[in-house]
Design a protein around this ligand. Structure first.
Ligand code: SF4
Ligand code: SF4
Length: 415
């Protein structure tokens, strides 16, 4: 059954030099460019309930994951952290570096875009750095008003093998490459005569997806990831902010906001039952919200899981093919097939369409909140169960709290 087309989106090719692609958007998928937004609500929440990074807010489970990692994962993650650390440190001070070239005052959009594409970024877009999304801990760190949104694709074949260590190498390895490329691009912007601040993908200053959507690089999927035209969510996102004059891109309606409501493959295939079918209004944005506490235990124990990335047709086949198929047939490309929906879940075996692994209730019991919150929660439970603790236990508890205070909060992510 053919579908009438509302509009056709034209995007640059996947690699520099590739021909442009055309994405037909069916009438019944058309909603709004970007994402439905209530500006006043967004501003209200940003002002009244500013966001903090999950690396702080959810520090307790981020520490816990190390206790359930496989030995191979543990070793690999330590090596990854060693590689990433100097890149994150360099990004942290990048905004303070002075330009090395002479500014012309001309619009630098084309020059920066070309360099970013030469370096290998698959999607490049420009928008205002929207401070309403800035994490509390980064509020005084962010310096410049224009955001360059940069997506680096991770390996296709390795990604299709997930969950497993091979896919995790693609995931973390892409961040390592990206961390270095961002520093190169920032150097180039300084050579052009302008400041450049690298917002590391491993030490985020804000959730980056809203700015990628504002820059027209994709739309938010029901899996909570940016679905970009060529590689869907198979990409790692970062931002550079600058004071160079640039022209902002505009948000685009690729049809994804509505398409996800028909597709639902990731929602149905999620082993943790962590994805939600209905959209809700959250902090001024209409979106599908992920249930963090149902995702985290699965991700930690099953090599990053990411079944929601693998089973997404936009990731698997690319947006042009999926949207052309929808216009031609009214169907979701690959839905219901083993090719798209099947996955092997370590010792639990293979799960085809309609089949999901089972976990018992204890599986989902993980530490919650900040480290000190989790410690207090455990202390409270002990009080209720066992009454007033001994002097030695009280001192031990105080020591643990002090240790957390002295260590301070780290904004570094576990990407
Ligand atoms: S990572 Fe796994 S558990 Fe988490 S939302 Fe995706 S599919 Fe579900
Ligand atoms: S799998 Fe389907 S519902 Fe989920 S993000 Fe991809 S397109 Fe949207």
């Amino acid at each position: 059954m053919g579908k009438p087309v509302d509009h056709v989106v034209t995007r640059p090719g996947r690699r520099l030099g590739d021909p442009e692609v055309q994405i037909p958007v069916a009438e019944d998928l058309t909603t709004v460019p970007g994402i439905p937004l209530r500006e006043t609500d967004l501003s209200f929440y940003a002002r009244t309930y500013p966001q903090e990074t999950q690396n702080i807010e959810k520090a307790a489970d981020r520490q816990w994951v190390w206790t359930v990692y496989s030995p191979e994962m543990s070793e690999y993650r330590k090596a990854h952290n060693d590689i990433s650390e100097p890149l994150i440190d360099a990004a942290a001070v990048s905004g303070d570096l002075e330009p090395t070239g002479t500014p012309t005052g001309e619009d630098m959009t084309a020059a920066i875009r070309l360099k970013a594409r030469e370096l290998g970024f698959g999607e490049v877009g420009f928008t205002k750095y929207d401070r309403r999304y800035t994490y509390t801990s980064k509020r005084h760190w962010t310096k410049y008003e224009h955001a360059i949104c940069l997506a680096l694709e991770q390996d296709y074949v390795q990604t299709q093998s997930l969950p497993g260590m091979d896919a995790e190498r693609a995931h973390f390895g892409t961040y390592e490459i990206e961390g270095a490329l961002l520093l190169d691009l920032a150097d180039h912007i300084r050579e052009l005569g302008y400041h450049a601040q690298v917002h590391s993908p491993n030490d985020n200053s804000a959730p980056y997806i809203p700015m990628f959507v504002a820059a027209g690089l994709g739309q938010l999927g029901a899996n909570g990831q940016l679905l970009s035209p060529h590689f869907g969510s198979r990409a790692r996102l970062a931002i550079i902010t600058t004071d160079a004059a640039v022209t902002y891109d505009q948000p685009v309606d690729y049809g994804i906001h509505q398409f996800c409501q028909l597709c639902q493959v990731c929602v149905n295939r999620c082993p943790g039952r962590a994805l939600v079918k209905e959209k809700v209004w959250w902090r001024g944005v209409e979106k599908n919200k992920l249930i963090y506490e149902r995702c985290r235990p699965v991700m930690a124990r099953y090599d990053g899981c990411a079944v929601c990335m693998k089973t997404c047709p936009i990731q698997r086949f690319g947006m042009p093919a999926v949207m052309e198929h929808y216009v031609a047939t009214g169907q979701v490309l690959g839905k219901g097939t083993h090719l798209l929906e099947g996955y092997t879940f370590m010792e639990k075996g293979y799960f085809g369409p309609g089949e999901l692994p089972l976990f018992d209730r204890n599986f989902f019991e993980i530490p919650h909140g900040r480290n000190e919150e989790w410690l207090f929660q455990q202390f409270k439970e002990k009080l209720v169960k066992e009454g007033i603790p001994s002097q030695a236990e009280l001192v031990g508890f105080a020591r643990e709290v002090k240790k957390i205070i002295d260590k301070g909060n780290s904004t570094l992510g576990d990407e």
